[in-house]
Structures are given as C-alpha cells and as structure tokens.
Design a protein around this ligand. Structure first.
Ligand code: ASP
Ligand code: MG
Length: 409
C-alpha cells in the first residue's frame, strides 16, 4: 500500500491511513506500506536548498529532501501502534534500497526484501520511506520528484507482492480528463502499455517510470482513492483484460510546439543533418512529417517540447548555411491529442474515425503520427476542449451524465 502526499498531509489523514492499513491486516493480508512526505513538505525542502545556494551539492540536497519521508514513516508507525497494529519505520538505507550514484534523480538498482519479509511474517507492518535509497558511496540518494510511486512498485516487485495499491487523491484512471469531459468514465482495468501512453501524453496519475517498472516486472498496480471506499483502476498485463477497447482513452498534451523548416534541399542526408544536431543538443523531437519535394526542395515539420522551442530555433539558425533551407516557422499554439488503445492492433478504421470526428467540428489537423496502439494529431491550441470532447464521443467512451451537484443544506 502506497500513500501519496495528500493522503498523509496531516495527523487526521495519517490516522485515517492507519485505519485503512489495519483493515487490510484484519482481512488476513500481509502488508508493507510506502509513504510520501506530507503534501508540500518536499517543495519546502527543495526551496530551502535553492535559497541557500542554487548550485548546492546534490548529496546534501538528498539529505535534506529525503527527510520529509522520514517524518511520515515514523508518524504512521506511531499511529498504527496506537490502534494496536505492530509496525516499524524503515528508511531507504536501512532496507536497503540500493541506487546508482545519480544524486537527486537516482535509479533503483536493487532492493533487499528479506528483512521486510521477516517483519511481515512476524506480524509487523513495515512502513518504508518512499523516494529515497542509498547510493554506492553509502550516502542518502533520492529518486527524482514523484519518486515514491517508483519506490512502491520496486518494493512490490522485490517482495513479489500480489498487488501494489497506490492510494492517491483521484479514484482511478479515466477515459480522459474529467475536467474537460464530465462524462469521462473510470476504467476498471488498463494495460501497462496504454497507461504508459496515457501517462506520457498528459494523464498524470502515475509517474511514467513507475509504470515502466511495473510493466518490466509484471507488478499488478491498482490506483485508488484514499478518501473514498471503492475499487480503483487496475493496471495489468494485456492478457488480464478480457474486453479490449479499441480506444481506451483520449489524452492531450499542451506542452508542444510546432516547427516547420521551409524549402530544405531534397537530397540524402538532410534529415540526419537536421535532427542530428538537435539530438546532440538534447532536444527531444516527437512528431515528424516530411513533404514530397516538388522543385528539389521539401518542407520538414516536427514538434518539440515547448520549453525547448527557443533552443531549437537557435540550433536551426546555426544550420542555415550548411543545410541551405529557406526559413523556419515556429508555432507554440498547438496541442497534441491522442487516442490510445490496445484494441487498435486488431481493429481497422481508428484513424479514419478520428479524422471524421475532427472534420465534423471544423478542426484542421496539422500533423499526424501513429504507433501500434496510438493515433495522435496536432491541432491549434484553441480546439483542445472541443477536440477531446468530440473524440471521446466518437469512440463511444461517454458515460452517463454525472448527477447535478446538490445544493448544500
Ligand atoms: N515527496 C516526493 C515529492 O514530492 C516524492 C513523492 O511524493 O512521490 O516529489
Ligand atoms: Mg506523487
């Protein structure tokens, strides 16, 4: 059971978490718990480091920011003891959770589960600090922001857990962003691959790296609310999903920018000459289209993260003479909308349905890209909500109208 920052934000919530853990133990399950720091705590710790010295030693940064989780492990162990559940806290270095030396964004290399398993067998609930581990130099390391999801999945893999329940402030994974489409539905199950696509295109329920790890070690993950009492969404192997939806969800990413390089000479090597230097500058290129050349030149259009737009333009400017293109057009006012579903592998016509739905709303498609389980289009930013709604309806994902909010008495 993993509890995020909002679930352990104050003592009342920590008591509530303890009760939840007790219920699982009473039901006869052996449980290990992973906790985040109290909501907001890590931000404060990061700020203190930066305020003192923006160029701080990352090893000392890790000492500071890992402390938020130390507090919540101890508090939860106390709260559990108070209601008669035997528990003890574990810091990353005590387990130990071994990581590489990349302080501030370390990768988990191994976890020794034996001591925790012995605790559990003896009826003691281990409460483990998320987000932290120990580096090869013996010093405290942290896994990067949001890293306690990763801790939980890695621990579940090491303990060979039946399931890794991630308790959070949403009650599951939805077919799209419910703030845009009130009729979005909660999915009972979703495959690792779909979750990865949805996570990386904007649905920020689980940290992407934690889903990759779950997929690699086949850890069954459940996302559920710590405030409401009902099942969440299971993230599982495709084989565990009986009814495979052609499209399981519609995601969007408003963090892209479009670049068009006009009239590039149409000859072997130009794409390499263009994208090589961008890669060397660590700029991630996402969608790419190249038009058929007419007069010995061609247009190349692609997207980059909006934060990389200025640097991309700089790199392109240095290539103007060697490449001999005519001009560069940049458009940051775009949004990428994706339909994702493993059922696409065996169903034709997904792209056609998508294009028709957008055409009916008069939305112009600027760039298209596809993978085995995803079709993405780039459209003008102002169409974000209209396009997401239209596609959600077109793929039959709309659920019942949510009940109108009742007036407070
Ligand atoms: N407390 C850490 C953070 O805020 C880790 C986590 O909550 O997942 O980034
Ligand atoms: Mg989190």
């Amino acid at each position: 059971m993993k509890f995020g920052g909002t679930s352990v934000a104050d003592l009342d919530r920590i008591r509530h978490v303890a009760a939840r853990v007790k219920r699982e133990c009473d039901a006869g399950h052996q449980v290990a718990v992973v906790v985040s720091a109290m909501a907001g705590a890590t931000n404060q710790l990061v700020k203190w480091c930066n305020d003192l010295d923006p160029l701080h030693d990352p090893r000392e940064y890790d000492v500071v920011v890992a402390s938020g989780e130390q507090v919540t492990t101890g508090l939860l162990a106390i709260a559990l003891g108070k209601i008669g559940v035997k528990a003890r806290s574990w810091q990353g270095w005590q387990v130990p959770v071994r990581t590489d030396a990349a302080h501030g964004k370390a990768r988990v290399e191994s976890i020794e589960g034996a001591a925790l398993l012995a605790d559990m067998a003896a009826g003691v609930v281990p409460v483990v600090a998320g987000f932290q581990g120990v580096a090869p130099d013996g010093r405290i390391s942290t896994l990067g922001r949001g890293g306690s999801d990763l801790s939980a999945v890695a621990l579940a893999a090491a303990l060979k857990a039946d399931r890794c329940d991630i308790y959070t402030d949403v009650d599951g994974v939805y077919t799209t962003d419910p703030r845009i489409v009130p009729r979005a539905r909660k999915l009972e199950r979703i495959s690792y691959e779909e979750m990865l696509e949805l996570a990386s295109v904007g649905a920020k329920v689980l940290q992407t790296r934690s889903v990759e790890l779950a997929m690699k070690y086949r850890v069954r993950v459940q996302v559920l609310s710590s405030f409401e009492d009902r099942p969440g969404t299971l993230v599982v192997d495709e084989d565990e999903i009986v009814e495979k939806l052609t499209v399981a969800g519609i995601a969007y990413s408003a963090e892209e920018a479009k670049i068009t390089v006009r009239r590039v000479p149409d000859r072997p090597g130009v794409a390499a000459a263009l994208f090589g230097p961008l890669a060397a500058a660590n700029i991630n290129v996402d969608m790419i289209v190249q038009n058929v050349g007419a007069d010995g030149t061609t247009d190349m259009t692609f997207t980059v993260g909006r934060a990389d737009l200025a640097r991309t333009q700089e790199v392109l400017a240095t290539l103007k003479d060697s490449l001999g293109y005519q001009s560069v057009l940049a458009d940051p006012h775009v949004v990428k909308i994706s339909a994702v579903g493993v059922g696409m592998r065996s169903h034709a016509g997904v792209a056609a349905t998508m294009f028709r739905a957008l055409a009916e709303k008069g939305i112009n498609i600027q760039v298209i890209s596809t993978s085995e389980i995803k079709v993405s289009v780039l459209v003008a930013a102002e169409y974000r909500e209209l396009a997401v709604r239209a596609l959600h309806t077109a793929f039959g994902l709309d659920g019942p109208e949510p009940p109108a909010k009742e007036e407070e008495e």
